[in-house]
Design a binder for this molecule. Structure first.
Ligand code: THU
Length: 159
């Protein structure tokens, strides 16, 4: 709603502003969830990915009659952002629930999505926000959710 850029950056923002940014990011994840295409599982997921420049990319899960072709909300957000030229990310908010369920539980990202995060994000800094609502959420660092990750560094890439 406001014009202030979301960053979650400690240098520029006060802790209070960072909490506001998290709420805003969660709100965008709920908006993204409305785009979920999940006729097979009925499990609808939304994600909002915050890039280093303050831009936010929403993503939803996109299922397929050939189940292996399903794409998670998190990867939809990442692939949209990378296509737009972004490769630096601060955080992602994730929400998900079964279509007809009353309330939300935390929806942790699957292993493939964690691996995609590891390709682009600093494991010590990238924040994964699992939310039940704008008020009720848990925060994790990528390193906690994907320890000992395999990345380009393990292949001798100098990145
Ligand atoms: N899904 C996501 O989009 N993200 C997650 O974090 C967990 C799983 C999707 C994939 C599939 O469309 C449905 O949820 C059930 O697995």
């Amino acid at each position: 709603t406001g014009t202030r850029r979301l960053t979650l950056s400690k240098k520029k923002e006060t802790v209070r502003n960072m909490d506001t940014d998290r709420k805003e990011l969660i709100k965008k994840a709920f908006q993204a969830q409305k785009r979920a295409y999940a006729p097979y599982s009925g499990f609808e997921v939304g994600a909002a990915l915050l890039a280093g420049d303050g831009s936010v990319y929403g993503g939803c899960n996109i299922e397929n009659a050939s189940y292996g072709a399903c794409n998670c909300a998190e990867r939809t957000a990442f692939f949209r952002a990378v296509y737009e030229g972004k490769k630096d990310f601060n955080a992602i908010a994730i929400v998900g629930k079964q279509k007809n369920a009353d309330g939300y539980d935390y929806c942790p990202p699957c292993g493939i999505c964690r691996q995609v995060m590891a390709e682009f994000c600093d494991p010590e800094k990238f924040e994964i926000i699992l939310a039940k609502s704008e008020e009720e959420y848990r925060r994790y660092k990528l390193k906690e959710l994907l320890p000992l990750s395999f990345t380009g560094k393990d292949m001798g890439e100098d990145r």
